[in-house]
Write a protein that binds this ligand. Structure first.
Ligand SMILES: C[S@@+](CC[C@H](N)C(=O)[O-])C[C@H]1O[C@@H](n2cnc3c(N)ncnc32)[C@H](O)[C@@H]1O
Length: 776
């Protein structure tokens, strides 16, 4: 066997292993390591045997560990941090020499074993086993700093590749997104892949296909098309690797086009089946990257593939639309590509990589506030209340995650990986089970183990965007608690719906002369415009688009949550532009939030990013009805005994008194009912007195106080993963109300529900004490 061939074989093997572990990373470092390894063993067969065993995992863990532990925000390339292959080589040599440990040049069978920090990798087994097997183990200490810079460089380049891509928009690229080959849903990305990275590209391609994107390599690979999820088997990837390797070096340039889930594409000019159309598959239409497809069949194939996306409901035909920044994905995408990477998905990701420590960090270390820690804990763990302490809660979560991982491995028949997980997690409470499991009857044992945990977490993604693309940011919905999905009779809307008798006049005629004459942005004009009349001559929002502090006060005096000044936003009749700083609520949702299943309150909403105090979140939308109209409905709701989504607008007692001298009768007073029509706000749960959201009345189309937009703003800084709550203003002592108050589980120290106060005090005193590792 020629040296070249054997090397390729090892590389293929390596990639196959990587695929099995579902990992993606810049692999050239690994390839170099393998080259060293072949040198060490003197022949590729022995090297291959070595890789086949646990050592590959050890290498991967090392590399991932290095990348993950040193996560830093991606920065533009700086000359000082350029680490080239030469750097890495040099560094390795230096370190080996310094330590006097490994002499790679020696032709013996000692193998190339990177020195691993056992505590960081979490699985020392692989190393020790191999060390025993090899005659005389030696360790080569790699310079982590250099490696880190090297990988960072790689990531920055990948970002640049994506950003440089033709007319496509990439709104955010996480470093981990790149590592796992994931790009952002809702946009399409052209990725250019150099000849050097050709194997990596195939690898990445597989990941992208997993996330229901499609990849079409067009250069150097002729008509090799990866058609759909099914066809991209490992064998196929290997085949492609083989083909790529067989091609002359200069042809090894692939252009990979990723069509994201909404099928955005710049194929506007191409018609299926027609001849000689140009298909823009490159950075620019000029640099020879625009490929003319003369062959009808090939083009038809290309187009057909571009038009089709796999959805859970089957294959769907996509329209031939252009990609625009406002387009949202219509079809589900992979779970860890939800609005940013959530803490729980970070944990899952780390668990996948066998990085227990990192997973634990994601849960405990990355969240600073107690609320956020609690949120993370309770959101991930349905059983936390029963378990008693956060400690138990966390280990319970991890146990569940381990079991999830094991199940996955067993499903895939990846016994090797299952064993690995068990080994690396034996310190996390699986010791007893592990002792029984290493004897080969793994599958049955694991399955037996699963029911040992009552009601174990089975997280799943209910929807990747409950707004069906109507919102600017997708609103995902996850259930980590039970198997419930969203009610089918609820329709997501971005405007309230007016019911028959509710005479809400949204016409301009009633605005009178209250429109402004500012140009472009009112906030930047020298004088406050007419629209500030209702807010005492000052704009309600600051230059960052947040409520001014005076208006960001939570009015939960008595039972009215909406009080104080009405905010008048500029409207269509105003001269300013849509970018005007006095148009916040009308521009819609911009913050990333997620609907999730809580332990005891049904669905709730949580933040997926830090939200600064006074920022606008969303408005409460629903059917606008009169009090009389609503009465019948309320009777139904009472009968069904389900959640209620009714909010009183000017029917509110205090509002009535304040704005209408004679009060309003039931045929005039308005309510917002979000039972059948609503937006994400309908899932926001109640918290007595100290919620993190506050509501303000905002007028946009009409200055009539009869109807207003009930806008929710952050009452204080909100942490990532913290549940969003507002005070419904419920009087828990009022037994006369038709809609009976629910038993409150808000856990606020100021809970108004008497029944709960006693229990909660006891809970705070006893069970729910903070574990020491969470104390600052
Ligand atoms: C506007 S909905 C909120 C979303 C709701 N959890 C769901 O699953 O759709 C209001 C209902 O949620 C429940 N809820 C809200 N806050 C609660 C709390 N603090 N304690 C208990 N239940 C609550 C009550 O059943 C209430 O009627």
């Amino acid at each position: 066997m020629g040296a070249g061939t054997s090397l390729k074989k090892i590389e293929a093997l390596l990639l196959q292993e990587a695929l099995e572990l579902n990992l993606s990373f810049p692999e050239s470092r690994l390839i170099r390591a393998i080259k060293h390894l072949v040198k060490e063993f003197g022949n590729s067969e022995d090297a291959a045997v070595w890789i086949r065993q646990d050592n590959f995992t050890v290498l991967v863990n090392y590399l991932l560990d290095d990348m993950d532990m040193n996560q830093e925000p991606l920065q533009p390339r700086s000359e000082s941090v350029q680490a080239t292959d030469e750097h890495v080589k040099k560094s390795e040599t230096e370190h080996r020499d310094q330590d006097g440990m490994a002499r790679i040049s020696e032709k013996n069978k000692n193998g190339f074993i990177p020195c691993l920090d056992n505590s960081a990798v979490g699985d020392p087994c692989g190393i020790t086993h191999r060390q025993k097997d090899l005659q005389q183990p030696r360790q080569a200490r790699l310079d982590r700093q250099t490696l880190r810079m090297y990988y960072k460089e790689k990531l920055i380049n990948s970002v640049r590749n994506i950003e440089n891509a033709s007319s496509c928009k990439v709104n955010r690229v996480e470093d981990s997104s790149i590592r796992t080959g994931h790009v952002i849903p809702g946009h399409h990305v052209d990725m250019s892949i150099t000849n050097k990275e050709v194997r990596g590209s195939v690898h990445q391609a597989e990941h992208l296909l997993h996330t229901r994107a499609k990849v079409i390599p067009v250069q150097g690979s002729g008509n090799k098309l990866i058609k759909d999820e099914q066809s991209i088997s490992r064998k196929r990837v290997q085949e492609l690797i083989g083909n790529a390797n067989a091609e002359p070096e200069e042809n090894r340039q692939w252009k990979t086009r990723v069509l994201e889930s909404n099928g955005c594409k710049d194929l506007a000019t191409a018609q299926s089946g027609s001849q000689s159309e140009s298909v823009n598959l490159g950075h620019s239409s000029t640099a020879g990257l625009r490929r003319s497809v003369g062959n009808t069949t090939t083009q038809a194939q290309l187009l057909q593939i571009e038009h089709v996306v796999n959805t859970p409901g089957g294959i769907k035909q996509l329209s031939n639309r252009d990609c625009s920044a406002t387009e949202r994905p219509h079809f589900p995408v992979d779970s860890d590509r939800l609005n940013g990477i959530t803490v729980s998905s970070k944990i899952t990701q780390n668990m996948k990589n066998g990085m227990g420590q990192k997973a634990e960090l994601a849960c405990t270390g990355s969240l600073s506030s107690t609320d956020a820690q609690e949120a993370c804990c309770s959101n991930l763990n349905e059983n936390c209340d029963q378990k008693g302490t956060d400690d138990a809660c966390i280990s319970y979560n991890f146990k569940n995650l381990v079991l999830d991982q094991l199940e996955e491995c067993l499903k895939d028949g990846n016994r090797q990986r299952a064993l690995e997980i068990l080994r690396s997690w034996k310190a996390k409470g699986l010791q007893a089970d592990l002792n029984q499991m290493e004897d080969g009857q793994l599958q049955g044992k694991v399955q037996n183990m699963v029911p040992d945990i009552p009601g174990r977490r089975k997280g799943f993604v209910v929807s990747y965007d409950i707004s069906r693309g109507l919102e600017k940011v997708p609103i995902s919905c996850v259930n980590e608690y039970n198997s419930q999905v969203l009610p089918e009779n609820f329709l997501y809307v971005t405007r309230s719906v007016i019911r028959q008798a509710a005479h809400v006049d949204l016409s301009f005629s009633r605005i009178g002369d209250l429109h402004c004459c500012c140009s472009d942005d009112c906030l930047r004009s020298s004088e406050a415009c007419k629209c500030t009349d209702s807010t005492r001559g000052e704009y309600a929002y600051d230059i960052d688009g947040r409520l001014i502090p005076r208006l960001a006060v939570n009015f939960v005096s008595g039972l009215s949550t909406v009080n104080g000044d009405f905010i008048n936003e500029c409207c269509d009749k105003c001269r300013c532009s849509m970018h005007c700083g006095n148009r916040i609520v009308q521009r819609g949702i911009t913050k990333k939030v997620q609907v999730f299943m809580t332990c005891k309150k049904g669905w709730g909403v949580r933040a997926l990013e830090k939200i600064p105090a006074r920022s606008f979140l969303f408005e409460y939308l629903g059917e606008i009805a009169t009090n009389s109209e609503q009465f019948e409905r309320n009777l139904e709701y009472v009968q069904n005994g389900v959640f209620t989504y009714v909010m009183w607008l000017d029917a509110d007692h205090d509002m009535e008194k304040k704005h209408f001298k004679d009060g309003l009768n039931d045929n005039e007073a308005l309510v917002l009912d979000a039972t059948l029509y609503g937006n994400v706000s309908r899932f926001v749960n109640h918290r007595c007195n100290d919620p993190n959201l506050l509501m303000r009345p905002v007028q946009i189309e009409t200055r009539d106080t009869h109807y207003y937009h009930a806008a929710l703003f952050a009452a204080r800084d909100i942490e990532e993963m913290e549940e969003l709550t507002w005070d419904y203003g419920i009087d828990f002592d009022d037994d006369t109300h038709l809609l009976k108050a629910f038993k409150c589980y808000c856990k606020s120290s100021f809970c108004r529900d008497k029944k709960n106060r006693v229990n909660q005090a006891a809970e705070r005193k006893g069970k729910m004490t903070k574990p020491s590792h969470l104390k600052h």
